[in-house]
Design a protein around this ligand. Structure first.
Ligand code: NAD
Length: 328
């Protein structure tokens, strides 16, 4: 039998409420309670989920094994530091921290106290990515778009740290090579910081990722396209649709394909197959929080650990700095 994990949620704003909702249902979890500096909100959410509202971080830390930190990014370091020093495992919403030195300090504490840090790069748990494991993915070029209508939430940090960091983490998890150099540009529209950004990341193995993120869009878009020799995969994260185009020899067949067409190029007769892999939809946040619980139980490892969170932040910071240089 697996150990029951006593969990506390710190910060129950927009996203924290969803953490509470999932933890109130996940197997092997005892949701001990929550803490938010907004006492009224904390009490309201605790009543809804029949759990306890604690009056301070210090108090909740006395009774938990692990904590989910869902406070604004500028507070992640201070909250996580206190949790780790009290010997608690932490799930930290993305981005891990606001600065690299803060992330380094948390990694140091995690090692010192032998406690887990998992970071909330939720897109890694999107079920639309699951079909990728059936292909030998080695993209030479990745195109990513993440556009969102303007909202006040998240504007305490530039769009690169708020939205683009999801795709930076995703791209770093797909392309197995160090970053060689980065070109980036961006502009401020609704806030004083950068609201629209584009980055072109060149990797040492020759692969390139072109990422565009905006928080000034009419409609939401979250798409990734992967290109490599004889393979093109496009994923729409919002609707959970993955489409695969494969080029094969004229005498080959693809039993998963729903359409095929002849392809004449460079004097060769080949075929192009179109597949739409069936995806069993899963709730990404639930999967992510389960991964955390199983990691605390010692039966799994965080898919996005503190080091991955810090790496994504480092690349995001390089992008942000390039953008600021260009705006001077
Ligand atoms: P929010 O402003 O809606 O909620 C934050 C809550 O934290 C508020 O209720 C606030 O009172 C509370 N709070 C602030 N400082 C605190 C402290 N020191 N101790 C306890 N409570 C404190 O913000 P949100 O949109 O829920 O975002 C929270 C975090 O989640 C941010 O880091 C954000 O980047 C991240 N986020 C991640 C995703 C994702 O897709 N993974 C989506 C949205 C937000």
């Amino acid at each position: 039998m697996n150990k029951t994990i006593n969990i506390g949620v710190v910060g129950v704003g927009h996203l924290g409420k969803h953490h509470v909702r999932h933890f109130s249902k996940i197997k092997d979890v005892n949701l001990v309670g929550l803490f938010d500096i907004d006492e009224e909100e904390s009490k309201k959410v605790s009543l809804e989920y029949k759990t306890k509202s604690f009056r301070s971080l210090k108090d909740i830390l006395k009774v938990v094994d692990a904590v989910s930190i869902v406070t604004p990014t500028s507070t992640h370091k201070a909250v996580a530091e206190m949790c780790l020093k009290k010997g608690k495992h932490v799930f930290i919403e993305k981005p891990i921290t606001k600065t690299i030195s803060e992330a380094e300090e948390l990694l140091r504490l995690s090692k010192k106290y032998n406690k887990i840090i998992q970071v909330g790069h939720i897109e890694r748990f999107n079920s639309a990515l699951l079909p990728l494991k059936d292909f030998n993915i080695q993209p030479r070029y990745i195109e990513v778009q993440r556009l969102a209508p303007y909202m006040l939430r998240g504007t305490d940090i530039p769009v690169v740290l708020d939205l683009m960091i999801h795709d930076i983490d995703l791209v770093l998890s797909i392309i197995n090579s160090p970053v060689k150099n980065i070109e980036a540009s961006g502009v401020s529209i609704m806030t004083e910081s950068v609201d629209i950004a584009n980055a072109r990341i060149h990797f040492k193995n020759g692969s390139v990722a072109n990422i565009t993120s905006s928080r000034v869009a009419k409609d939401k878009v979250r798409k990734i396209k992967l290109f490599q020799q004889d393979l093109y995969i496009t994923i729409d994260f919002l609707i959970g649709l993955t489409e695969v185009y494969r080029v094969m020899e004229a005498n080959e067949t693809d039993s998963s394909a729903i359409i095929s067409a002849p392809l004449e190029a460079e004097g060769k007769h080949r075929q192009i197959f179109y597949e739409k892999p069936k995806i069993e939809k899963q709730d990404a946040l639930e999967m992510e929080l389960r991964n955390f619980i199983e990691s605390v139980q010692g039966i799994s490892k965080p898919i996005v650990d503190g080091r991955a969170g810090k790496l994504a932040l480092e690349v995001a910071m390089q992008i942000q700095n390039k953008i600021l240089e260009g705006l001077k």
